[in-house]
Design a protein around this ligand. Structure first.
Ligand code: SAH
Ligand code: F3S
Length: 479
């Protein structure tokens, strides 16, 4: 009765929260299972950022209620953003839920499950749904436990985990007019810098080579808790400290805000080789009029300046972005501006969203909502540009050697996957001893989303050759 399956919707922050819940549950004697059919307790960790994400989770929970009807001991819970956003109102559609737990209460999940199971074991009739979506001071510090792959039920033979997410900050105070996150995640709260650095050090000791620092607005990290020193923001101070840790080879972060790209951060890309040359820089719109309506505090000109400054420091910088098409009032002229900036920046990756009405946000009640058909065609127009960019960028990689961090076997189990510093997925033949190593890969083929190539290691065992091997990572040139 203690087998738990957690299904996660949404962003990397949610993935990280699920990981922490799993770690806490394991510490209490629960088993985390990989197959939904095998569980006694099913937790949906949800997303509210667009309506489609909420509908998906509601549909899934509705379906799972049938399982509850057959087996009254089955426990079903909704965690995270949608729980926070909708609270007890979810019971109108989903009356059989056992738990509704908000974003500041993940650490309470084990306790609530213990209570539910004890009540069931004692034969107490199923009571009211537990709803806990209150704010809790200090809750940002509770997301720190990691369940790494090698610790999980996969067993001792599981390959070591190479990349880990580290939560540094939660919540957002920017109040973009379209965004539900300030409601679902609350006020900006940062974790103490020493704790984050200690966590990264511990991960490095367990074999992690790549750290992704996570938060809703990471560039604002620590702005209320630490002072700037010599013009260096607390966020850049944190980057410096993580960079100094032995064992960590790559540092990434998400999500930043353009406002956070002052000189100190741009310069950090010149100083810190472990900082991967891939920047996610959410543009949202290329029209100054729409940016103002969105309450985004920058102009298209300032945005372009940031891109140019970063490219000046790292000419091969990769860029990705978030764009919303069809924000209320967006005219053809506004969209043309977005498209122009989108083409000019030449993104390697982009997340393009059709504006979705979020009740309770200022944009929900704005005049001139844009039709679905128009949103769709603008969405498609940007996707076409993106595909062309991606093909063009990949073509420049053909025949070149890229540094790849070997992640593990691919889905087929026959080849291996890794990522380049520019965050491109690469697939290649390798040896499991190379997992966690930085290796040079000569790219010989590319699709818009994936690179294929061959390792250029001498004397390393390939599946066919079975040559005696040793792994070479230190000699990899920085690319
Ligand atoms: N900084 C946050 C942003 C969260 S939302 C983070 O990544 O943690 C992620 C993206 O979803 C936003 O950048 C925006 O492009 C998009 N988005 C947010 N609200 C939206 C809405 N109402 N409709 C469509 N897209 C939205
Ligand atoms: Fe949302 Fe804007 Fe913050 S997109 S998460 S309110 S920076």
């Amino acid at each position: 009765m203690n087998r738990v399956f957690i299904k996660t919707y949404g962003c990397q922050m949610n993935e990280r929260d699920s990981e922490a819940v799993a770690a806490m549950l394991r510490a209490r004697g629960y088993r985390i299972v990989a197959d939904e059919a095998d569980c006694d307790i099913l937790l949906l960790n949800t997303c509210s950022v667009r309506d489609a994400a909420e509908q998906k989770a509601i549909g899934k929970a509705g379906y799972l209620q049938k399982r509850k009807k057959k087996n009254p001991d089955f426990i079903l819970g909704i965690l995270g953003c949608m729980a926070q956003n909708r609270g007890a109102e979810l019971l109108e559609k989903l009356p059989d839920l056992d738990l509704i737990i908000g974003t500041q209460k993940f650490h309470q999940v084990p306790g609530y499950l213990d209570n539910l199971r004890a009540a069931r074991a004692a034969g107490v009739p199923v009571g009211e749904t537990i709803v806990d979506i209150a704010e809790e001071a200090g809750s940002q510090n509770t997301i720190r436990d990691h369940v790494l792959m090698q610790d999980a039920d996969a067993g001792a033979e599981a390959p070591p985990q190479v990349s880990a997410f580290v939560s540094i900050q939660q919540g957002c105070n920017m109040d973009c007019a379209f965004c539900i996150v300030p409601k679902t995640r609350g006020d900006e709260r940062s974790r103490p810098m020493d704790e984050i650095v200690a966590e990264c050090r511990a991960l490095a000791e367990r074999g992690v080579r790549e750290i992704t620092l996570l938060g809703q607005i990471v560039t604002s990290y620590g702005r209320r808790d630490y002072v700037h020193t010599d013009g260096v923001s607390p966020f850049v101070q944190l980057l410096d400290r993580v960079h100094a840790l032995g064992g960590i080879e790559r540092i990434r972060f998400t999500s930043p805000h353009p406002r956070g790209f002052k000189d100190d951060l741009v310069e950090a890309y010149g100083r810190l080789p472990k900082l991967c040359g891939y920047v996610h820089l959410p543009m949202q719109s290329g029209s100054n009029r729409i940016l103002r309506a969105m309450n985004r505090p920058y102009t298209r000109e300032r945005y372009r300046e940031i891109v140019d400054a970063l490219r000046a420091v790292r000419p091969d910088m990769y860029f990705s972005t978030d764009i919303i098409v069809g924000f209320p009032g967006e005219t053809e002229e506004d969209f043309a501006q977005t498209r122009e900036l989108f083409e000019a920046v030449n993104y390697d990756m982009a997340y393009i969203f059709k504006y979705s009405v979020r009740t309770g946000t200022p944009a929900a009640t704005m005049a001139d909502q844009v039709s679905e058909a128009v949103k769709e065609s603008r969405n498609q127009a940007l996707l076409d540009v993106l595909e062309r960019n991606s093909v063009r960028r990949n073509a420049t990689l053909l025949g070149h050697v890229e540094e790849v961090l070997v992640d593990g076997p691919d889905k087929t189990g026959r080849r291996f996957t890794g990522r380049t510093r520019g965050n491109r997925v690469a697939v290649f033949e390798a040896n499991s001893r190379l997992i966690g190593q930085l290796v040079p890969l000569k790219i010989d083929r590319a699709t818009p989303s994936t690179l294929y190539g061959e390792l250029v290691l001498i004397g390393v065992e390939s599946p066919e050759s079975r040559v005696q091997s040793r792994t070479l990572s230190a000699s990899v040139p920085r690319l």
